[in-house]
Design a protein around this ligand. Structure first.
Ligand SMILES: Nc1nc2c(c(=O)[nH]1)N[C@H]1C(S)=C(S)[C@@H](COP(=O)(O)O)O[C@H]1N2
Ligand SMILES: [Mo]
Length: 320
């Protein structure tokens, strides 16, 4: 995708979140709607070339457990770091890297509280000292593209245990930093900011659910959600919230950004499911970035043995 010329971009790839955005963003809407205006020059303005490769520090002492790793071919570092959704910086996937280049991620703290015994604000440096492991996960965006990514991180459960959730805690709410000096406005992003997400507590403490601090053995680049982002591999990518500053245990289902933006199109659970259409497109196949043919999308993104039991007795026919 990142090597595609503007003229190669099919309208079928102008996907949901972009279409949604266009309703609000008059300038971009005008450009995209006016095909006569869609000259190479205009597209180069919207999709400038990717920046030079980011260089971040090596993470020391990463363990490589043999479970939790798919054997599929990895996407390259260049693909993973130049094709991003991070609306706070840009709604153009190929522009996020450049716009996030100078994002300030130190000092950084994560406030963990709510229904817990021991609320605590963690400094990122303390979190980076937790033992870090490599997790090679499939990643499927609701828009219909996918990658295979070698994350570095640790189970979210490790962090939650440190604050001792109370018995009445049933959900975990997450919030991204919102800094209007460094990020674009809610209006130009087309979604309410700060970005918020949530999980049920049993999903949050599932061994597959991690907080990622890196990828390809190095600290996570800004565009991928530095310095700490969630990764929930069996759910659509928008659940995997970036650049987290706050985690709150609650007894109620927390509000989530894309559900607020388009409640008929994005739900709370959002488990990857080839059999449940997005209201405007099929989820049966996916554009695996870097391959020429589309792949079949798998139930729970290929993790049914691990997670299907979390949803026993739930009707997933309408889980989008
Ligand atoms: N704060 C924040 N988190 C976010 C997003 C966002 O716009 N803002 N986009 C989500 C979506 S739609 C996807 S597909 C993934 C993309 O992650 P990646 O750029 O690391 O591939 O991040 C998710 N997390
Ligand atoms: Mo996404």
């Amino acid at each position: 995708m990142i090597s595609k010329k503007p003229s190669d971009i099919k309208s079928s790839e102008i996907t949901d979140e972009q279409i949604f955005l266009n309703r609000r963003n008059f300038i971009r809407a005008g450009v995209l709607a006016g095909t006569t205006l869609a000259t190479a020059g205009v597209y180069r303005f919207i999709n400038p070339p990717p920046p030079k490769a980011v260089v971040t520090a090596e993470i020391q002492g990463i363990t490589k457990p043999t479970d939790f790793r798919t054997e599929e071919k990895l996407n390259t570092f260049e693909e993973i770091t130049n094709y991003n959704n991070f609306y706070e910086f840009s709604t153009s996937k190929t522009s996020v890297a450049r716009r996030a280049e100078n994002f300030i991620t130190r000092p950084w703290t994560i406030e963990v509280g709510g229904l817990v015994q021991k609320p605590k604000t963690f400094d990122i440096e303390e979190i980076l000292k937790f033992s870090q492991e490599e997790r090679i996960y499939r990643f499927r965006c609701v828009e219909g593209w996918s990658m295979v990514i070698p994350w570095v991180g640790f189970p979210l459960k490790t962090l939650l245990e440190k604050v001792e959730p109370l018995g009445k805690a049933k959900y975990v709410a997450f919030q991204t930093l919102y800094d209007s000096e460094q990020m674009q406005s809610s209006f130009s992003a087309g979604i309410d900011l700060p970005y918020v997400e949530g999980l049920r507590l049993d999903e949050a403490v599932h061994p597959l659910t991690i907080l990622a601090t890196g990828l390809y053995g190095k600290q996570i680049p800004n565009q991928n959600g530095a310095p700490l982002r969630l990764v929930v591999p069996w759910k659509y990518g928008f659940k995997s919230i970036k650049s987290i500053v706050k985690i709150t245990l609650t007894d109620n289902e927390p509000p989530t950004t894309w559900n607020i933006a388009a409640p008929r199109e994005y739900g709370f659970y959002s488990n990857v499911n080839p059999n449940v259409r997005h209201p405007r497109w099929s989820q049966a196949t996916e554009n695996s970035i870097g391959e020429y043919t589309r792949r079949e999308t798998l139930p729970f993104n290929g993790y049914p043995d691990e997670v299907a039991k979390l949803y026993e007795g739930m009707d997933l026919k309408k889980d989008f």
